[in-house]
Design a protein around this ligand. Sequence first.
Ligand SMILES: [Mn+2]
Length: 323
Amino acid sequence: MKKVIKKILEKIKNNKTFLITSHMNLEGDALGSELAMYLFLKKLKKKVLICNNDPTPQIYEFLPFSRVIRPSLKDEKFDVALVLDCSDSSRVGKVKDYLSNARCIINIDHHISNTSFGDINWVGPNYSSACQMLYKLFAHHGIMDRNIAVCLYTGIFTDTGSFTYANTNQETHKVISSLMQYEINPHHIDENLHSLCSPQDLSFISKITSSLKYDGRKKICWSLIRKWEDKGFDLTEVIFSVMRLLREVEVFLLFKKLDRGKVRVNFRSRNYVDVNHIAQFFGGGGHKRASGTTIEGSLESVERNVIHFVKRYTNGLKTRKKR
Ligand SMILES: [Mn+2]
């Protein structure tokens, strides 16, 4: 057993009260890992609370026990805070205030940009998802049931783009195969996650995808969004999945205008470009193939600076020709 896994299991064994949290802008891996950890600790008869900065998006309400997640806490004290799928302690938002109520912070994450902010840090950039890391942790303990399996499946499913991204490997499928023993229903999970748009949502998406900017020579595709609409689902992923249909594009970007003169930039790459590296240059981070950052400035100036920088990475890049 890895030393750090042993350390985490010991900390869990020797303590009673736990706080679980994750990053802002919740998605499948954040919520899946939180709820799986909650159920695991409950099985060990621990006192557990989950608290998040943001409300749970509607599409994830099907996850077992999603209703236990709290928007705030009183002045509860905790032995241990578990921060999951979160690269940086500032990304937990207002929950950061409660982290100091814990005597020990355990940081379990797969972002390559993780800042190792915990007292115990298990950072595994080779894992597809935080959920795949938790599978390993729970397996050492021999604890698994259907509800935990549904949560872990959902996190792995969403973070691998339905098992299609480059972070999907043999180990990922082995874990999924083992989770399938618990009679989870992949079709039901997929339906909850992907049958989600109203006709208005679809026209918003089509507005964005019909005004894409595209630099074929530089293998870059991007979109400027002046009025971002928060939906009950992860619209960013939906738009990227449409953009990915473009052949011979390597880097995909979304520029979203936020309040107070800020712009959120999301990056995705297909095969070669390290977008974690690019996002880190602009003060953000994430993974090699998916990352993001928030930059101050007008939409146009941020677009100009970022695209100029991205071109350094795609210049002269030969992408695979369509056969
Ligand atoms: Mn993740």
